[in-house]
Design a protein around this ligand. Structure first.
Ligand code: SF4
Ligand code: SF4
Length: 469
């Protein structure tokens, strides 16, 4: 244990709350460096995807839509209905297991690279702030100074843009729920016809505005449940953004020409750059902390300092606690490979379930309260309701066929063409000869065909007389 690990008082308080419980506003220094550049490109790709997806259509359907009100979910143009709830269960379990496995192996990498909160905060809102108010020192000065023309226009412009982006996010968020077409209707039609939609947009806009202009890092450090889970998910082999205390401690200011090793100094030159860039206001040299969103900017800041003073980069790097303790670099452990294999299997299974789903759902139900009827030609028949659901966005002509080795079926509606997303019920009979009856109850099966292709099967029971005479 190093000295800094023994002094764990930093764990007793939040870096962004003072002794009196007041918020300490974080003014992070504008980051720059290799990892920041990579993250910027990734974030641009994700942002383009996020805003474009509701407008991209496959077969006239959005690429993705979570239509909570219409109780349907669209993915890659395929519609999923409450009848597909087993798919929701599989997706939910897969995602949950994946998140746990991914976090155990790779820590909070998701937060830094892919989380929408981090992307909007650090790659959109913070960039606007730097562009209008300047870097952290100018921001502090501006906030401290009295209200004058400069402060008024800068703050007005910034908050105006902040709200404009929050409005855009709110619209996109709604497009994922109600669809881009309906959203467009709300935007261009008489507002009186869309009061609830407009109220929703306004409420969401203010929520997003509040999150990104005021709450900021508090979402990650105190509200986000995933962040809170880190304490139980991370272990000493999890990869996190970590400070190499073995190499860095004995921290001391840099002196030109000094042989630091000879005077027992560590590689940390105590420049504080990793702290001033941190958007959650923490000092990574204190060890892994729940507030760390693994955003990599302290890695960039430290690498740039190491470069300046001619020391090796990577004093702060992606590493597990064990790797730091053993003084070794990043290595692909068997555990990581195993977890990745499990993740690939889970996602393949999920993709299979999603893509192999039938276009039609058929449920065969015996008419409630009825037993069997005897027909005029001395056979036995049962009455059924067949429920058909077209899960696609195209017309599907269907034919119901008997899939039992014996018997005959009669259907009330002779020609069925299911309209897109149509759900219809029709009555049908299964008729068996006396000789085909196998007792009081026997299984029956029908097939739903379209253009000669079997799309779905449905099973039920046939009730016959206890004794046949
Ligand atoms: S400690 Fe480093 S990686 Fe963690 S939040 Fe701060 S700057 Fe980002
Ligand atoms: S940036 Fe690197 S050298 Fe500077 S204080 Fe942080 S760990 Fe030490």
């Amino acid at each position: 244990m190093t000295e800094h690990h023994e002094e764990d008082s930093y764990r007793d308080h939040l870096a962004t709350v003072d002794d009196k419980g007041r918020r300490i506003w974080v003014y992070p220094k504008k980051p720059k460096g290799k990892f920041t550049n990579y993250r910027t490109w990734v974030s641009y790709l994700l942002l383009i995807g996020l805003f474009a997806i509701p407008h991209i259509k496959i077969d006239g359907q959005p690429l993705a839509q979570l239509d909570v009100l219409g109780r349907k979910f669209i993915l890659f143009g395929n519609m999923f209905f409450p009848a597909d709830n087993y798919i929701f269960v599989i997706i939910t379990v897969t995602l949950f297991v994946s998140i746990v496995l991914f976090t155990v192996a790779f820590g909070r990498i998701f937060c830094g690279w892919f989380c929408p909160q981090t992307i909007f905060m650090e790659m959109v809102y913070r960039k606007i702030e730097y562009a209008i108010e300047g870097d952290y020192k100018q921001q502090i000065k501006l906030d401290k100074q009295d209200w004058n023309f400069e402060k008024v226009w800068k703050k007005t412009l910034k908050q105006g843009l902040f709200f404009g982006i929050a409005f855009l996010i709110a619209n996109t968020f709604l497009a994922y729920i109600i669809g881009a077409d309906k959203l467009w209707e709300i935007q261009v039609d008489d507002p009186a016809n869309h009061i609830s939609g407009l109220v929703a947009i306004t409420i969401f806009s203010f929520i997003f505005f509040f999150v990104f202009s005021k709450l900021r890092e508090q979402v990650c450090t105190t509200i986000c449940p995933y962040g809170r889970l880190q304490g139980v998910l991370l272990d000493k082999d999890s990869i996190v953004v970590a400070y190499d205390y073995k190499r860095g401690e004995g921290r001391a200011k840099f002196r030109k020409g000094e042989d630091r090793a000879a005077v027992d100094k560590g590689d940390c030159i105590d420049c504080n750059q990793c702290v001033v860039v941190c958007p959650t206001g923490i000092d990574i040299r204190n060890g892994t902390q729940l507030e760390c969103i693994n955003c990599t900017v302290c890695m960039d800041a430290c690498d740039s300092m190491m470069d300046n003073v001619g020391l090796d980069k990577g004093l702060i790097r992606y590493a597990s606690e064990n790797e730091i303790a053993e003084g070794v670099g990043f290595k692909w452990t068997a555990r990581m490979k195993g977890y990745i294999a499990v993740l690939i299997i889970l996602f393949s299974a999920m993709t299979y379930v999603l893509t192999s789903r039938n276009d039609i759902q058929a449920i065969l139900l015996r008419a409630p309260g009825t037993l069997y009827q005897k027909t005029q030609d001395d056979r036995f028949q049962n009455m059924y309701t067949i429920k058909l659901l077209n899960k696609t966005n195209r017309d599907i002509p269907v034919v119901i066929k008997n899939m039992n080795e014996t018997g005959e079926i009669k259907i009330v509606t002779s020609e069925i063409i299911l309209k897109p997303q149509e759900e219809m019920n029709t009555v049908m009979f299964i008729i068996l000869d006396k000789s085909e009856i196998q007792g009081f109850k026997q299984g029956v099966k029908i097939g739903v065909y379209s253009n000669g292709e079997l799309l779905e099967t449905a099973k039920s029971t046939f009730v016959g007389p206890m004794t046949i005479n």
